[in-house]
Design a protein. Sequence first.
Length: 557
Amino acid sequence: MNTDPRAHSRVMVDGPGRAPARSYFKSVGFTSDDLKKPLVMVAHSWIGTMPCNFNQRDLAQEVMAGIRAAGGTPMEVNTVSISDGISMGTEGMKASLISREVIADSIELTAVGYSFDAVVVIVGCDKTIPAAAMALARLNLPGVILYGGSIAPGRYRDHDVTIQDVFEGVGQQAAGTISESELEEIVDAACPGAGACGAQYTANTMATVMEFIGLSPMGSATVGATDPRKESVAFRAGELAMDVLNRGVLPREILTRKAFENGIICAASTGGSTNVVLHLLAIAREAGVELDIDDFDEVSERTPLIGDLRPGGRYVALDMDRAGGTRLLAKRLLEAGKLHGDVMTVTGKTVAEEAADAQEEPGQDVILPIEKALKPTGGLVILKGNLAPDGCVIKVAGHERLFHRGPARVFECEEDAFKAVSERQIHAGDVVVIRNEGPRGGPGMREMLGVTAALVGAGLGESVALLTDGRFSGATRGLMAGHVAPEAAMGGPIGLVREGDTITFDINSRKLTVEVDDAELGRRRAEWKPLPPKYTRGVFAKYAASVSSAAEGAVTG
């Protein structure tokens, strides 16, 4: 354990030889006294293009005030962010997963480049959260992750609406069940201000997971972006960063195998996003913790679904906060022996100690008692079979079909599939296959919310299945298998499926199969040729050349 809180910055700024560095720091307002204190990076991904991260510059001021009050010198740095909701269904969506690597790399580069002693990362939209955890694990500097908070739900005709309703409204308008003007009313209402997507989609899933895994203070994530309490949450995060630094606690000491299991339990018990599989695999790799795609199925199978949260349930993220938040969720799971209570968190308290402070709103039914669980097992299921030898991910939030058998409708990209849905060419019983959208083939493994929401909006959500080597948004619902691995671009069997082949989803048996014998698949494989790369230069080409399989977290390097 390092007992010098200035171990890193001392090398950067102390002594006659470092006079030029001090001069530069002073040119932007830092004083001699400032430079004698621990230097703490306050990183965020503010961007003026979307609501998810729009409050982060303001939160950074509160975090920095907390750091100063606790005896440190904060320095604000910025990285990038891509809005999945805005880029969904376009070429721009390919930038999203790639941005996870860029964000993690930029935090690492800045931390090393300026010899920071500690780190606070303010996160929001989906990829910023795992990127922050990846960077902390890589750097192994004392640090805290602070979630900017969920957007408030909008109100449309006396009920709550979120961005999910807009995506599904596109399908409803195409099917003729709502008018274009009604769709625009939903558009105007769904996103009333700053904050990340308002239900247990990927951002809120990962934000709550960060509390259960120990890198974020328990109870901080569910406080909404525009809630007046968020300022004090941010101030305390700044104070906490200095406390963590002074205690000498490092991220890899927090990121144990049990901590990762708690993260999976959090996601499974709330019907969280399938993206948690991809992201926790990537974080575990950075932390040097053994974690396998099959672990998600095993942990989920022993975790009851007790969070009645959208998209599979009834409530939005702010309802969870009102009900009692993550502390109440942890308390419920601990009472049933479903959670590792001895896992240490960044606050210095264990998960069990944090859960002991839970305060439940009387009569709430957002976070249910174990005996009233929506489903006895969690929402994450891993299927394997001759279509997915290395696995694929399905979210089963409680109401989905457990078996589907039907003819394959094969599409080489998301746009072609979306066009077919919009033109009503997909019919009940079909299995939509979207390939060449994996980490390498996309590249960037686009989310398919546009297609899946259009299917739901068209009234096909309960009668059609879909599989892809791409990803799904946390807002996706229905019988949808993502992360099919190996992907088509790496010679995976999904690339061998032909129009009309019979495909079977068998959830109970954990199987995803195409009813084609091995000899025929062998003949097809001999004829198969990969598509030419979609990019030959720039960040997309570099990513495609270095990215691993989705079954390994789709990491680079």
